[in-house]
Design a protein around this ligand. Structure first.
Ligand SMILES: [Zn+2]
Length: 269
């Protein structure tokens, strides 16, 4: 029997805020993941970092990460901190990302179903801007993250799919001076709905997330070498296979609710 994880995803926002030395979003859970702060301090001598690359691959649950752990092996040189969370309920994309960047529960941020209104409470993006951090969001047009976090004082780069998103993010890492870049990819979620979470096509999509992250991390190593950069592989929820055969998510079950995030720091030269 798999149990539910204890640590709520509401702790993500405060943890990132602490690391960037900015205010915790106003309605966020003020608990943060102390192990992460300690791990960063151990590597850099400081509890804060200079820059952040937040990679958000959609729909990789903890069970998938554990069952196909070898797929994630290429992430190890970059991401050696693991944090397991319980995501927000219902485990649908806008609900979970709504919690991730506000640090608030769905009741508080207002998205409690698969709907994509603009979130009106304080977010990590707003808090970063109040501290004058430059923020870029590189995501897929019309998808949850850019819709629910629209109208912020950040730069939006909205593209057609995962590959152009990654290409744009690579370009920004090389040629811009953003402090925080958020990158969203979704192919695994799409394919597991059309097939199921363990289909060969879905597995291929999960491997693509890993391949894309490695490209981003290599760019960070190369172009952001003079900064301490915190990097994440931070999905939103898990998945399961329904009785009718297709992949799905949205239930209060460990397969959908348990999440593994991987974090690391590229330490400056
Ligand atoms: Zn999702």
């Amino acid at each position: 029997m798999t149990e539910f994880n204890d640590r709520p995803l509401t702790q993500f926002a405060a943890t990132m805020a602490k690391l960037m030395n900015v205010e915790i979003p106003k309605q966020a859970d003020t608990n943060y993941v102390d192990e992460v702060i300690k791990a960063v301090k151990e590597k850099t001598g400081k509890e804060t970092v200079d820059k952040m690359l937040i990679y958000n691959p959609d729909a990789i649950g903890q069970w998938f990460f554990e069952k196909y752990n070898h797929y994630f092996e290429p992430l190890k040189p970059y991401l050696d901190i693991r944090v397991d969370y319980l995501t927000a309920f219902p485990p649908k994309t806008p609900v979970c990302f709504g919690t991730m960047f506000t640090g608030a529960t769905p009741e508080v941020h207002g998205i409690q179903a698969y709907v994509k209104p603009v979130i009106t409470i304080d977010t990590l993006f707003d808090s970063l801007r109040r501290a004058n951090k430059k923020v870029a969001m590189v995501a897929i047009k019309g998808q949850s993250i850019p819709k629910i976090y629209a109208n912020r004082d950040i730069d939006y780069y909205l593209l057609n799919y995962d590959k152009p998103v990654v290409e744009k993010a690579l370009e920004l890492i090389e040629n811009s001076d953003y402090d925080v870049i958020e990158v969203y990819n979704q192919q695994y979620d799409d394919i597991m709905h059309m097939t199921h979470p363990k289909s060969i096509f879905a597995k291929k999509a999960a491997k693509n997330y890993v391949k894309y992250f490695v490209k981003l991390a290599e760019a960070v190593k190369k172009y952001w070498a003079e900064y301490n950069t915190f990097m994440t592989f931070a999905p939103d929820h898990g998945t399961h296979r329904e009785w009718y055969g297709l992949g799905q998510h949205g239930k209060n079950i460990p397969k959908d609710m348990n999440l593994t995030h991987l974090y690391g720091v590229n330490v400056k030269k």
